[in-house]
Design a protein around this ligand. Structure first.
Ligand code: GAR
Length: 202
């Protein structure tokens, strides 16, 4: 077995339950080819920052407002990634769309978790609870989650893993979100991080 590990950065905006799933998977040995070395938040109040601190993972906060432009915001993120020699970037509830310049720079080195079965309920405007609201409004009986590589098209990159989750009678967006997280996202994302990390270090 290769002792070298891919250096992973996790980009977050909010609660960070997917970050927590990654931290737990690393502790459990499910992720063994990668190591979470850095958390980057675009929101100073993100609870994900507390999760990172509790796990002893260094974090930085980069605020678009303070940077002044998308380009300066991305430059600040790139600086943090380079300082930490990051190999793999994981968008785990990161609510900011990255430019083509950024995604091309890290071709096949950025993963995203999305709470639907892409190509349903994805793209611009479909994030967080809105995705589940749209699924319920459409009346689908099955939804799920997708982990994919990130390219210049929002939610348009190559699919890595998907898992279906049943919609149940009486579901609210919140109840459905929780089921999709528990049954799909929190399992798929660690599995995908391990798969891609193993390829990076092989
Ligand atoms: C997750 O459901 C994630 O899939 C979704 O936001 C939530 C973040 O929760 N991401 C998107 O909608 C991206 N388009 P978390 O902060 O608890 O991981």
């Amino acid at each position: 077995m290769n002792a070298k590990k891919a250096r992973v950065a996790v980009l977050v905006s909010g609660g960070g339950t997917n970050l927590q799933a990654l931290i737990d998977a690393q502790a459990a040995g499910i992720i063994c080819s990668g190591e979470i070395c850095l958390v980057i938040a675009n929101n100073a109040n993100a609870y994900a920052l507390t999760r990172a601190a509790n796990a002893g993972i260094p974090s930085v906060t980069v605020l678009k407002k303070e940077c002044g432009s998308q380009a300066a915001f991305e430059q600040a993120i790139i600086a943090a990634l380079e300082e930490n020699a990051i190999d793999l970037i994981v968008l785990a509830g990161f609510m900011s769309i990255l430019s083509e310049d950024f995604t091309r720079r890290y071709d096949h080195r950025i993963l995203n978790v999305h709470p639907s079965l892409i190509p349903s309920f994805c793209g611009q405007g479909f994030y967080g609870l809105h995705v589940h609201e749209a699924a319920l409004a459409k009346g689908v009986k099955v939804t799920g989650a997708t982990v994919h590589f990130v390219n210049e098209i929002p939610d348009g990159g190559e699919i890595i893993l998907q898992k279906a989750v049943e919609v149940q009678e009486g579901d609210t967006p919140e109840i459905l979100q929780k089921r999709v997280m528990e049954q799909a996202e929190w399992k798929l994302l660690p599995a995908a991080v391990e798969m891609v990390s193993a390829k990076i270090v092989q």
